[in-house]
Design a protein around this ligand. Structure first.
Ligand code: PLP
Length: 383
């Protein structure tokens, strides 16, 4: 039997994620379109995004925050290319995006004093063995496996190297120990439900010191350059972006940040995400066919919730049939208009991935869960 209730908004994509509740294109009506991004009003808005983000996230006063090109990928690669090579590197990965940063460090930057700590989907590498005398590169929340680090206790206060953290699917949903993170990157398109294309970069005083003292032996394209003649370009951290941003996207980011503040700030967005995860966890507990891809409860993501099919019928299928079955389940949900974009990531094990960040309404998730049972049963019956 088809469930009779439908989610009001079937948006569960893991990026770009659902817009905030109540969003309409009208929120963009004050955007400084057609103006130079260097003009007074446009620059004021760029600075406002930086300042509001810092306030909402509780970024320490002595850390600097910038809007940078090319979304989260641009922000993290700018950090890797600008900072790495001064000492050894430890790079951690447990899903596709972390693996891309491993590739950057080992294959692209060809850093020889580098060690990769790679775990399978669903697991974390052994965090206790990481050498913090080296620079450490990691992803706070693995978006394609739904596995997050449980906290920052494994990161020492005192460390020789820098910690470089891709936190794009974690900020605004998970508590981050900012003092222990020398570089943090994210984009507006995840928990904020903003637009893609622009990255955010937050750096500690130790990172500034590295940038000013260390000149990597590699050419840096303009969009990666944070220093000029050995000094940090401070303007980048005050809204003088390296290249041209979209003022529509900036207006949208401001709307998202104002929304976060209006509902109670970072505690409330975190609470909403965690409550969404708890709802799914209760359902998984009762489910005869779904389980979390994350093997440990404390590592389950409260944003990109990744589920696998834990059903003997499914396990007995060949790998290709498993992948096709998972795709059909996601397709059925989309055809019914109850869930868009919930297929697992292309490199991840077959399953479903449901975004549970703060812009997803609890009631919509409640309405979705019976549809998952329905779609799985339909696909199984028809096979
Ligand atoms: C952990 C992680 N890192 C990096 C990216 C790439 O982000 P963007 O496309 O915003 O550059 C994503 C996107 O899903 C991600 O989840």
């Amino acid at each position: 039997m088809k469930p009779n209730q439908r989610p009001k908004r079937p948006h569960y994509s893991s990026g770009p994620c659902a817009k905030r509740p109540g969003w309409t294109p009208a929120v963009l009506s004050d955007a400084d379109v057609g103006r130079s991004h260097r003009s007074k009003p446009a620059r004021a808005k760029l600075l406002e995004v930086i300042e509001r983000s810092r306030r909402v996230l509780g970024i320490p006063d002595d850390h600097r925050t910038a809007i940078v090109p090319a979304s989260d990928t641009g922000a993290i690669e700018m950090a890797l290319w600008s900072l790495l090579g001064a000492r050894g590197v430890e790079v951690l990965a447990w899903e596709s995006f972390g693996s891309q940063w491993v590739d950057d460090v080992i294959a692209q930057l060809e850093l020889h004093d580098a060690r990769a700590w790679v775990a399978d989907y669903g697991e974390l590498p052994d965090l206790d063995n990481v050498n913090f005398n080296s620079d450490v590169v990691f992803t706070w929340n693995g978006t394609t496996s739904g596995v997050r680090v449980p906290d920052g206790d494994w990161i020492p206060e005192d460390r020789g190297g820098l910690t470089i953290c891709d936190a794009t699917s974690a900020v605004f949903a998970m508590e981050l120990p900012w003092e222990k993170l020398d570089v943090v990157t994210w984009s507006w398109q995840k928990v904020l439900g903003g637009e893609a294309g622009h990255g955010m970069l937050s750096i500690s005083p130790r990172t500034v010191e590295r940038l000013e003292k260390f000149k990597p032996e590699r050419p840096l394209p303009k969009i990666f350059r944070l220093t000029k003649r050995g000094k940090l370009i401070e303007g980048i951290f005050r809204g003088d972006t390296i290249n041209t941003p979209s003022m529509l996207c900036v207006e949208d980011a401001l709307d998202a940040l104002r929304w976060v503040e209006s509902i109670g700030g970072r505690d409330e967005v975190r609470r909403r995400s965690e409550a969404n995860l708890a709802l799914i966890a209760d359902w998984v507990e009762q489910s005869a066919w779904a389980s979390f891809l994350a093997s440990q409860p404390e590592t389950r993501s409260c944003t990109s919730v990744c589920l696998q099919f834990a059903d003997p019928w499914f396990s007995a299928l060949e790998a290709e049939a498993q992948a096709a079955t998972a795709k059909r389940v996601a397709q059925k949900l989309e055809e019914e208009g109850v869930a868009f974009d919930v297929g697992s990531y292309r490199d991840a094990p077959p399953g479903l991935r449901i975004w549970a960040g703060a812009t997803v309404e609890h009631g919509d998730l409640e309405a979705l869960l019976p549809w998952l049972d329905w779609a799985y049963a339909e696909v199984k019956r028809a096979s």
